[in-house]
Design a binder for this molecule. Structure first.
Ligand code: 8GT
Length: 144
């Protein structure tokens, strides 16, 4: 066992993932549908991914947004909004959600994802991973 890996009291691995609510000028939020062949395939999620060792969260998120969507997000504009803490079967997910309203470039699905822009109040219509449920109310409170 890697003793440097944080673990929860129940012994499951703690996984730190950073995610973004990209918000456009109409106050819509970007969702990405997980491609077939991946865990939780077909569910809609916020763009983002695992933090690399030594990365600051905002920096790691900017890297993920560049890789997944081909955009250059404004790191200093990322606004922490809420976080998910969820026990999956084989790991415990800890996922801060940052609101990001400024980026350069055109959002492009670079990893085979399907993208959708949704108003905060529409988010519950999109099947999302169970960890994401508590993130919806803070988005509605912020964006209406
Ligand atoms: N990006 C993102 N990940 C989420 C969300 N909700 C949620 O449970 N997750 C989980 O957090 C992990 C994200 O890591 P990832 O995007 O790097 O993982 P992945 O499964 O694509 O793996 P891989 O990049 O190693 O192939 C996955 O286990 C994913 O199921 C979400 O809204 N956004």
């Amino acid at each position: 066992m890697d003793s440097s890996q944080p673990r929860t009291g129940q012994g499951s691995r703690l996984l730190l993932v950073v995610a973004a609510a990209l918000v456009d000028a109409d106050r819509r939020i970007l969702l990405a549908r997980r491609p077939e062949g991946k865990a939780l395939a077909g569910l809609w999620e916020f763009p983002g991914g695992k933090l690399h060792p030594g990365e600051r969260p905002e920096q790691g998120l900017a890297r993920e947004l560049a890789e997944e969507l081909g955009i250059d997000a404004c790191v200093s504009c990322m606004q922490p909004l809420a976080f998910a803490s969820h026990a999956y079967e084989d790991f415990h997910l800890l996922m801060p959600l940052f609101v990001c309203r400024r980026w350069d470039g055109i959002v492009t699905p670079r990893e085979g994802q399907t993208l959708a822009w949704a108003f905060a109040r529409e988010l519950r219509k999109y099947p999302m991973p169970p960890a994401d449920a508590p993130l919806i109310d803070p988005l509605i409170a912020l964006l209406g």
